[in-house]
Ligand binder design. Structure first.
Ligand code: GAL
Length: 634
């Protein structure tokens, strides 16, 4: 039997309230905190970037975030993912931003939507679509009309989508905060006086979109009112906003770090992470976000860089695969509980600071009715200390904060891990060492053999074209592929000064990166690879030439486009030269000769799903560079 209508209504109301979709909430702020529906809030937030996991994973990731004590999920919006071709939008699958925001809402959490649209984020080209670069007269991230027009169009598009779905808190949805731009303050000096005009324009453009919730800019000390300037970093307790009307917000507390190909796997001890968070709340902070809470995976060609790895695990509290990382997750959960026990006092007042000795600090929050919470810190990283606070003695481990929600009892110390530590078990797929054919790890995945696809050396597509001189790679490919072939033909009579003897020479190639493979007459003759510190490649290799026609094929590969730094959008890639053949008594510079170019590989055009192109083989093909199977036809 159905419940009576009044009960039905009340049940519905209860359900809605649980989803935080109860009613429109007014979000504002004062010097102390974000104010949601008239109440100052202490908010713990964590970044989960929706395209770095799958929609099937989202509910579980968000539940684990909620169980970990988060109130807010923070995500960027990735422009180049949603508008790969100008004017053609894509919000399907992992790109389904609305579904993601609704998933967060249905767990009862809030959203901080960082629209950017410049995001950095170790994301290809910092989130900008590469087509933007080809708009005549455009200059990125400055007072430039074509750029501002496009930035405004995309920002408005996202805001409108959210509004249509009633996703802003002002409409009853979960979004309580939004970000425009990203860390422009780190680079603005390079853009001259136009930087200030641009940031003011960004601020008024964003506020004119009328979302009904506050906007922030991170690392922007001159963010104009009413935009809140916020902090990014490993520690933000010393940060103060640019007005005493604005709350102290930490948009990125780096829970670990990102991984570069070839780099060390980053690790941030949870004791230090917890210390940084507790210090932030100790010294007046009220909104703190973990960047990342779940880092996830850079799928497809979304990694920025150059050389950002496909794993974006970040040593985050939830690992790349969605498994809680212990004791990181658990220790932080305990910290969040302790901080929430202090909430009443925290939001009521500013802290009162008392020194308890060198490097020993007490901050006390007290309401008018006497509710009291305290944080005791030992910021000396080498020695423990014993302090006296309100007549009692406390032991403070080095580099730690104790939380006392009643100003008397310690419920949590950042250096003392009480939560469970577990070791997760990883099942490896078959991996081979370079020395032997024996697998190092076996897996439960059984394999019936290997398959590979043959990729021809050099020019194999009819779309190839010729140009005099060496072309910059990104301008040539428009980043539709990581690969660009540079091919040239050299005629040898046998007595050229760039030969050592009748056949040998040194091939010298200079490239802006990121990876280079050289072939002479179809044979691999050497490779060069940059790294995240120095992307440039210099290749010098001895090559054997034959009398008559010789073909030199250079395959240049990008490994994620630059995502950070002043004018990062203009950093080039590919073979810029010189390309030389050097001998005992002379050299020849081939740089300005006629080159043939091919964008992309044949395999990319064929698509990996085409089963007819796969060749089966029982043993793993090793040390096999590209195979020249039709060289004789050249
Ligand atoms: C910040 C930036 C983020 C991310 C982070 C490093 O400076 O805002 O987008 O790049 O650094 O992971």
């Amino acid at each position: 039997m159905a419940p009576p209508p009044l009960l039905q209504f009340l049940l519905l109301l209860l359900l809605c309230c649980d989803l935080q979709l109860c009613a429109a909430a007014n979000v504002s702020y004062d010097h102390r905190a974000l104010v949601v529906d008239g109440s100052r809030r202490v908010l713990i937030s964590g970044s989960i970037h929706y395209p770095r996991s799958t929609p099937e994973m989202w509910p579980d990731l968000i539940d684990k975030s909620k169980d970990g004590g988060l109130d807010v999920i923070e995500t960027y919006v990735f422009w180049n993912l949603h508008e790969p071709v100008q004017g053609q939008y894509d919000f399907e699958g992992r790109k389904d931003l609305v579904r993601f925001v609704k998933t967060v809402a249905s767990a009862g959490l809030y959203v901080h939507l960082r629209i950017g649209p410049y995001v950095c984020a170790e994301w290809n080209y910092g989130g900008f679509p590469v087509w933007l670069h080809f708009i005549p007269g455009i200059k990125f991230r400055t007072d430039n009309e074509p750029f501002k027009r496009e930035m405004q169009r995309f920002t408005a598009k996202i805001v409108d989508m959210m509004k249509q779905e009633k996703l802003y808190a002002s409409q009853g949805g979960p979004i309580i905060l939004s970000q425009i731009e990203n860390e422009y303050g780190n680079v603005d000096e390079h853009y001259g006086p136009a930087a200030k005009t641009y940031i003011n324009w960004s601020a008024s453009m964003a506020t004119s979109l009328d979302t009904g919730v506050p906007w922030v800019m991170c690392q922007q000390s001159d963010a104009p009112d009413p935009i809140i300037n916020t902090c990014n970093g490993f520690y933000c307790d010393q940060f103060t906003p640019n007005s005493n009307q604005k709350p102290k917000i930490w948009t990125e507390n780096w829970s670990g770090w990102f991984l570069d190909f070839g780099g060390r796997v980053p690790y941030r001890p949870v004791e230090d992470l917890a210390f940084s968070v507790a210090r932030f709340f100790q010294r007046g902070g009220t909104f703190q976000n973990y960047y990342m809470y779940h880092g996830g995976t850079n799928f497809g060609r979304s990694s920025g860089g150059p050389f950002i790895s496909t794993s974006y695990d970040y040593d985050a509290p939830i690992d790349e695969y969605g498994i809680v990382r212990q004791p990181k997750w658990g220790h932080l959960r305990d910290l969040h509980k302790a901080i929430k026990l202090c909430e009443k006092a925290l939001i009521a007042t500013d802290p009162t600071y008392t020194s308890l000795g060198p490097n020993l600090e007490a901050h006390v929050y007290k309401t008018s009715s006497g509710t009291c919470a305290a944080f005791l810190a030992n910021v000396n990283s080498n020695s423990d200390a014993t302090v006296t606070f309100y007549g009692k003695t406390y032991h403070l481990a080095a580099w730690s904060v104790s939380v006392l929600p009643d100003c008397e009892n310690v419920v949590f110390n950042t250096a003392q891990i009480i939560s469970q530590a577990t070791l997760s078990e990883t099942k490896y797929v078959k991996t081979y060492s370079q020395e032997s054919d024996q697998p190092i790890f076996t897996s439960e995945i059984t394999e019936s053999g290997w398959k590979y696809v043959q990729e021809p050396v050099g020019i194999s597509k009819t779309s190839a074209f010729k140009r005099e001189g060496l072309l910059e790679q990104i301008n040539t490919t428009g980043d539709v592929s990581d690969y660009l072939w540079y091919s040239i033909s050299v005629n040898i009579t046998g007595n050229e000064p760039f030969l050592f003897n009748e056949t040998q020479s040194i091939l010298h190639v200079e490239s802006l990166g990121h990876v280079l493979h050289a072939f002479v007459n179809g044979q691999s003759t050497g490779s060069g690879i940059g790294n995240s510190d120095n992307v440039n490649v210099l290749l010098e290799t001895t090559v054997s030439l034959v009398p008559g026609k010789n073909i030199i094929d250079l395959l240049s590969v990008t490994v994620g486009l630059q995502n950070y730094g002043p004018f990062f959008d203009l950093s080039g890639a590919g073979v810029t030269g010189p390309v030389l053949l050097k001998g005992q008594s002379g050299r020849i510079d081939l740089s300005s000769n006629l080159w043939t170019y091919q964008i992309g590989l044949r395999g990319e055009d064929l698509g990996l799903s085409d089963s007819s192109i796969w060749i089966s083989q029982d043993v793993l093909p090793k040390n096999s560079p590209l195979i020249c199977n039709d060289c004789s036809e050249k």
